[in-house]
Ligand binder design. Sequence first.
Ligand code: DGY
Length: 322
Amino acid sequence: MKPYIYITRKLPFEAIAAFREKYDVKMWEHDDIPVPKEILLAEAKKADALLTMVSDKVDEQVLNLAANLKIVANMAVGYDNIDLTAAAKKGVAITNTPDVLTDTTADLTFALLMAVSRRVVEAADFIKNGQWKSWSPFLLAGQDIHHKTLGIVGMGKIGEAVARRASGFEMNLLYHNRTRKPEIEQILGAVYCSFEDLLKKADFIVCLAPLTDETRNMFTRKVFQKMKRSAIFINASRGHVVDEQALYDALVAGEIAGAGLDVFQKEPIDAGHPLLGLSNVVALPHIGSASVETRTAMMNLAIANIEAVLDGKEPLTLVNKD
Ligand code: DGY
């Protein structure tokens, strides 16, 4: 009997043709609706492997039911949607998709930074709504990016890629991270500093830190109040690193100048969410790694991880090494 693989979203049929020959593969039939929990539970019970998305909660309940499960291959670099302790207890390998999405996510992070500072979305809406009556000196004037100070919170691979982009804009680079990155300091002139210092000095604060117990809700009202009033905050990591009410209050009170958000506490965010009503907020639907090339590479890496584990080999990008 072929091993049974369950994929929690509809992936392009042709893209997984070879995979289907080798294994008994079933996919959730929608690409825009997450698999319901009861179906995930039922599938986890019989699957040898699950290919999951960032929107699936692979918790203790799912993992405890799994009788044959050998691997959960998450199609994301982040894996805060998976209970690693429960996976370890069951001896289930957890893999992610690092590296292949680094540059694409850094591009999008920088695009958000540019969109907020140069008011790109506001300006595009302005012209489409027929509001453009005349050229005027300060019409939709934003803030410069070049030669300003960028503060990166979370200097992982994506942080480094954002820093490389920023150096092309001749920005000054500050970063805060669990560990120092001497190489980045040397090559890009990035300066390591405390979180407090970064908040005080940076013109742009970009959060790329993974969601952990340490980073959950790290951006509180007090934190926003320590930033410059002209500061722009960008979040491309996870929604739960930010207290969204605090961010809203800080923006409305003019304690910071703007925000670019690719991630939210609740995804999808409600269209009526107060943050979406602010003109100085650019909000995107968690598309950091969403280029066709990169999403294809992520899918292929997840598949390669499943194949490795089912062939009794070491997966390429194992998360729970212990
Ligand atoms: C990731 O890879 O963790 C992204 O947030 C999902 O594309």
